[in-house]
Structures are given as structure tokens and as C-alpha cells.
Write a protein that binds this ligand. Structure first.
Ligand SMILES: Nc1ncnc2c1ncn2[C@@H]1O[C@H](COP(=O)(O)OP(=O)(O)OP(=O)(O)O)[C@@H](O)[C@H]1O
Ligand SMILES: [Mg+2]
Length: 355
């Protein structure tokens, strides 16, 4: 008897789980470079580049995400690889809708018991037009209700340290196209600042540096690879004597050319690009009341976003600001996970308002 009850309970639980999965409620972080989708009760189901390969004649999306990114910089006239998000906000509404529709269909599915409810992470600096564009893109991907959550707040909710501390804490998110800094206390953004620059700027400066110094043209993907392998903003033992071979096209002869590039050589280029991060931190501190600044002197700064992974950024910020700097446990996913935690509360509030 007990065994049968156990079996029935298990069955009930599994049916319940299936129904839950079918709800398709999700969090979308539609970034300048990458998109992350988290589905309720499933976790992160996709993390790929926010781009689509478009057929230039028919205007149709040929493929998207990493498959399309693989083609970037290598396509002929008939295909163009495009990113609809620039500096953290939607710049091409039509493509944004088509891309999200594609991602949701591929990774989340269709035919849910109810239309999915969606939370989108957006920069704190988002304006009304950008909000409307984010909501419209999610709706065209099949969302019923769309809620927006500010990225630093979502990242804070996804980080254990913040929730347990109860004190003011600073969050710094460095993405590909936007850097945001916010002081968060008691679940609210108290002060914030941003700069429309991020990891992509370092790639651009590496391209410029190689053209100027070595007369070689490299693509942005090669520049990003160089940055990830030997880029740094603070002397790093692991990079002592490190070098890479950079391949491209000679500016003068138009022929293939390869050069050896050392970590020490590009450090000043990378440092120049992250100086504005310290300015964003200073601006945020200036907007923050003295009591909270005192909290931050204890709690420090938490880093999130892929751009924060440039080697030595924590030490660079510590040396420039005198504050302690930590990485969020999950640099890439803390924001979607935090928004996922907020999901039940947000949707419950909506349901209460409806009732
Ligand atoms: N190991 C690494 N070292 C240096 N930079 C890195 C590393 N890994 C990722 N990045 C950079 O992080 C950026 C992507 O981060 P992320 O996915 O958080 O940005 P995004 O959400 O697409 O952009 P945004 O938040 O600005 O809209 C890219 O510029 C990428 O080159
Ligand atoms: Mg981002």
C-alpha cells in the first residue's frame, strides 16, 4: 500500500513538473553580444551570440546565434550577419523580434498550456522608447505578459552575498556594449551610472593598434580572441612572456600577413579602454549618500558580465578606487538567475492585481 502511494505521489509530482515546464515562463537577457534564456524550472537553456545571418535578397533569417556568428566576417554579398542590440538596447526592432522568435521557438518550444510570461533584463539607463522595443520583441516571440528588470538589480538578486548582507553594495556589470554601475540596498537600486562602452571597445582598439603599428588589418573576431588570450589591465604572472600570432591582411600589399603580439604590448591599449569604468564608479559614488558609501567601503564592488573577465580588472579597480572587488559567483548568468528568482514574486503580484 505504502509502495503504491509512493508511486502515485511520484507520478503526481512528475505530471506537475511536466505542466510546470509547459508553462514556458522565462527570463531573457538580450545582450549586445550574447543572449541568455532561462526557463522556469529548467534553468539556462541557451547562451549564444545575439546575431542572425540574413539572406540579403529575401530578408529571411537563415540561421542565428552561434551558427550565424561562425559565419560573421566570412560571408559574401548574399548573406549578412547582423546584431540588433547596440550598447545594451534594441537598435533594430524588426530584427530583434525575428531573432527572439527564432531563439524561443528553438530553445523553449511552442504549444504551451498558457502563453509564456517573460522577464527581460534591461540596462538601468533604459528609456521609454527602449522599454517599448524590449516588450514588443518579447511579445512577438510569443510572450503573453512582459516584465522588465534592471540588469544590476537582477545580478544582485542572483548573488548570494548581496541577499545575505542587508547592507548597501555596489554592482558593476561590464558587457560587450554597456557598462553599468549601481548601488543596491534592500532590494532597490539607490544610485547608478553607466557608459555606453564595454568589451567590444577593447576589440576595436586592438584592431586599430595593429593597423597603426604593424600595418595589418585583422577582423573583430580575431581581436576578441587576442583580448581573451593575452589581454590584461594589470600585470599578471600567468601572462609573463605570453604571446599570440595575429593573422590578417597587410594594409600595404593586400596579402596575408601574420605577426607575433606580446601581452605587454597590448596591456596599455586595454587599460586605456577600461579607464572609463573607473569614471562610472566615481560618478555612482558621487550620487550615493554618505551612509551607503560607508557600507560600500565594507562590502566592496561585485563584478558581473563577460567584459569583467578581462584579466586583472579586479586588481585594476582596487588599485584605482581603494575598494575591495569581487567576482559574482556566476559572472555570465547571475542576472538571469536573479531575474528567475524574482519571477514568482513578480508574476504573483500581477495575479493579485488582476484578482
Ligand atoms: N575571458 C574573457 N576575457 C575578456 N573579455 C571577455 C572574456 N569573456 C568574454 N569577454 C567579453 O565579454 C563581452 C560579452 O559579455 P556579455 O555576454 O556579458 O555581454 P552582453 O550581455 O552581450 O553585452 P551588454 O550587456 O553590453 O549588452 C564581450 O565583449 C567578450 O569579448
Ligand atoms: Mg549583458
Amino acid at each position: 500500500m505504502a509502495k503504491r502511494m509512493k508511486e502515485e505521489n511520484t507520478k503526481k509530482r512528475s505530471i506537475f513538473n511536466v505542466l510546470n515546464l509547459q508553462s514556458g515562463d522565462m527570463v531573457i537577457d538580450f545582450g549586445t553580444k550574447n543572449t541568455v534564456i532561462l526557463v522556469k524550472d529548467k534553468g539556462v537553456v541557451m547562451h549564444e551570440e545575439s546575431c542572425a545571418a540574413i539572406d540579403t535578397v529575401s530578408g529571411e533569417v537563415v540561421c542565428a546565434g552561434s551558427e550565424a556568428y561562425e559565419m560573421a566576417g566570412k560571408t559574401g554579398e548574399n548573406i549578412s550577419v547582423e546584431f540588433p542590440v547596440k550598447n545594451g538596447t534594441i537598435a533594430d526592432t524588426e530584427l530583434a523580434s525575428a531573432l527572439l522568435k527564432y531563439f524561443v521557438k528553438k530553445y523553449v518550444g511552442t504549444g504551451f498550456v498558457a502563453k509564456p510570461r517573460v522577464i527581460m533584463t534591461v540596462p538601468s539607463s533604459v528609456n521609454e522608447v527602449e522599454r517599448i522595443a524590449a516588450e514588443a520583441a518579447a511579445k512577438s516571440a510569443g510572450a503573453d505578459i512582459v516584465d522588465l528588470i534592471e540588469y544590476p538589480l537582477a545580478a544582485a538578486l542572483g548573488t548570494e552575498k548581496t541577499i545575505s548582507s542587508g547592507k548597501g553594495i555596489m554592482f558593476l556589470s561590464v558587457g560587450a556594449g554597456i557598462t553599468e554601475c549601481a548601488v543596491i540596498c534592500a532590494g532597490d537600486v539607490v544610485s547608478s551610472s553607466f557608459s555606453k562602452s564595454g568589451g567590444e571597445n577593447i576589440d576595436k582598439e586592438i584592431v586599430r593598434f595593429l593597423r597603426r603599428k604593424y600595418g595589418i588589418n585583422i577582423g573583430s573576431k580575431t581581436a576578441e580572441k587576442i583580448k581573451k588570450e593575452i589581454g590584461s589591465v594589470y600585470p599578471d604572472e600567468s601572462l609573463l612572456g605570453a604571446f599570440v600570432e595575429a593573422r590578417g591582411r597587410s594594409v600595404a600589399e593586400g596579402l596575408p600577413k601574420a605577426i607575433t603580439l606580446h601581452a605587454d604590448e597590448i596591456r596599455p591599449i586595454c587599460i586605456e579602454c577600461v579607464k572609463n569604468i573607473v569614471d562610472v564608479i566615481k560618478e555612482t559614488v558621487e550620487k550615493t549618500n554618505a551612509e551607503l558609501v560607508s557600507d560600500i567601503m565594507d562590502t566592496g564592488i561585485v563584478l558581473t558580465g563577460g567584459g569583467s573577465l578581462i584579466k586583472g580588472l579586479d586588481k585594476y579597480i582596487e588599485s584605482e578606487t581603494g575598494l575591495n572587488v569581487y567576482f559574482a559567483e556566476d559572472t555570465y548568468f547571475s542576472a538571469v538567475k536573479g531575474a528567475g528568482k524574482a519571477m514568482d514574486i513578480v508574476f504573483e503580484k500581477r495575479d493579485l492585481r488582476k484578482a
